[in-house]
Design a protein around this ligand. Structure first.
Ligand code: SAH
Length: 477
């Protein structure tokens, strides 16, 4: 079956829905939303249809279907649970050259109702010609995630100023450049932040300036989450799809990088060059240089940019240099590792607070001197703790943590190679040694660590889904 795609303007046109149940209600509702004048035909109506009839928004032909119901109709949808009756409606419609759809029956249908992603006035319709409606639903879900929620308002804005855009940019290439700027530049980001007036102002200013503004560069500090691609946020995914340049940490998984715009320039600034990290100052310089050239830079970090990620320093630096900067949060290692190891970070009976700590650097362990360290009702999540696990353990014991406090080491949390190792505080250094724990690993210390379970948290299906989504996104861009 080969279908001709069609978007119909039904404003003010009479259409018929045969059936009085919940399917008929859904169909009538969608048709009304598109402006059609809907009549439902059925011996009796369900509550919601009856209410619409009482309100006068819906007309009702009471009784069994008769072919003359079709008189004057432009379209008909047969939505009864009687296959024979549905077929009869379709046949009678055919005789009168009226397009008929039979719900869930592709063969009998002259037109199909697609699955839609609605960003009105932008509308994406998906059909498998009835071959696999469930698949169409999956595709719809993917597109729902991929298409920015602000796209509809952007299209509406462009529509409002279409005449002026055409006038100022009579040349097609210039017009395309202008629409590119609309889509990629500050207008869409304003709409995303719920600032339609500012967005419109920017658009009008740009039209007055007679030519699209040179794109201003920006930096987005993006949290990539702990590694599992399914734990990336939609905002992060969008930022990755719009990036011209990506400066990423070593912790960011290849699967996640695979979801970024194909032609984005990538720099692994976490890589040890000749045994050394790229120094922070150099990362600052790179961000600045690219942004000043008008590029959209994504600074991609493991977990959350503001949790032991030096995001604060980068933000301050960029602000100081007047570079527009946004932050997209990510799921931090403590939250993700705990979930994937089955550890509730707080628990009514065991822990009323959580403390995120780092033991990175020589001085960090010495600085760990808060009374909270000894509080049995507080969960400790320790980042970068493996290298100093010995002195860390001593300190916790010295602060009064019981030697038999449950602990969990989560190595490569959320990734296929995740390991969860459990034991007690006094055995912590030995555990790490025995199991040859490597980074990245997170330590969870406190009563709640007793809940730890090795589970296969990595869901293959999610992995595939993410890859599929990435492919789709790539096709979309
Ligand atoms: N900004 C990051 C933390 C960066 S510090 C965040 O919010 O998660 C790096 C440390 O984070 C690692 O040494 C380790 O302790 C922890 N970490 C990050 N990803 C991890 C993972 N997948 N599994 C276990 N620990 C992880």
């Amino acid at each position: 079956m080969k279908l001709y795609p069609l978007f119909a303007d039904l404003t003010g046109l009479p259409v018929l829905v045969v059936g009085g149940g919940s399917v008929a209600y859904r169909k009538a509702e969608a048709l009304q939303a598109a402006g059609a004048r809907v009549t439902v035909g059925a011996p009796k109506l369900d509550e919601r249809l009856a209410r619409d009839v009482d309100d006068g928004t819906l007309a009702w032909r009471c009784g069994s279907f008769a072919p003359d119901w079709l008189d004057g109709m432009w379209l008909v949808i047969a939505a009864t649970d009687d296959r024979g009756l549905n077929a009869c409606v379709a046949e009678e419609a055919g005789k009168r050259r009226i397009f008929a759809n039979v719900v869930d029956d592709a063969e009998q249908s002259r037109f199909h109702v697609p699955a839609v992603v609605d960003r009105s006035p932008l509308m994406v319709a998906i059909s498998t010609a009835g071959a696999a409606p469930a698949l169409a639903r999956r595709v719809r879900e993917m597109l729902e995630r991929a298409l920015d929620n602000a796209l509809g308002t952007l299209v509406a804005l462009a529509q409002r100023h279409r005449a002026r855009i055409l006038q100022v940019h009579a040349d097609l290439a210039a017009r395309r450049a202008f629409y590119d700027w609309l889509y990629e530049g500050p207008v869409l980001s304003r709409l995303r932040r719920g600032q339609p007036q500012q967005a419109e102002r920017l658009l009008l200013d740009a039209l007055h300036a007679d030519k699209p503004r040179a794109r201003t560069g920006s930096v987005t500090l993006v949290g990539a989450g702990p590694g599992h691609p399914g734990l990336l946020t939609l905002q992060a995914l969008r930022a990755l799809n719009e990036a011209d340049v990506i400066l990423h940490d070593q912790l960011v998984s290849a699967e996640i990088l695979g979801m970024a715009r194909r032609d984005a320039e990538r720099f692994d600034v976490g890589k040890r060059c000749g045994g050394r990290h790229v120094p922070q100052e150099q990362i600052h310089r790179l961000m600045l240089a690219h942004a000043r050239e008008g590029r959209r830079v994504v600074r991609l970090k493991g977990g959350d940019p503001f949790v032991f990620g030096r995001g604060g320093e980068e933000l301050a630096f960029l602000r100081h240099h007047g570079i527009p900067c946004h932050v997209v949060p990510g799921i931090t290692a403590a939250v993700a590792c705990a979930a994937f190891a089955g550890i509730p970070l707080t628990h009514r009976d065991h822990a009323q607070s959580i403390c995120l700590l780092t033991a990175h650097g020589k001085d960090a362990v010495d600085a760990l001197d808060t009374p909270a360290l000894g509080d049995a009702r507080q969960t400790l999540a320790i980042y970068m703790g493996i290298e100093r696990i010995g002195s860390l353990t001593e300190r916790l014991l010295a602060h009064g943590r019981a030697a038999d406090t449950p602990v969990a080491i989560i190595e490569n949390g959320t990734l296929p190679q995740q390991r969860v190792i459990t034991g007690t505080l006094q055995a912590l250094p030995r555990l790490a040694q025995l199991h040859a724990v490597t980074t990245p690993a997170l330590l969870i210390i406190g009563e709640v660590a007793a809940f730890a379970q090795e589970q296969s948290g990595y869901d293959e299906r999610n992995g595939d889904g993410a890859a599929r989504l990435a492919t789709m996104e790539a096709e979309l861009t």
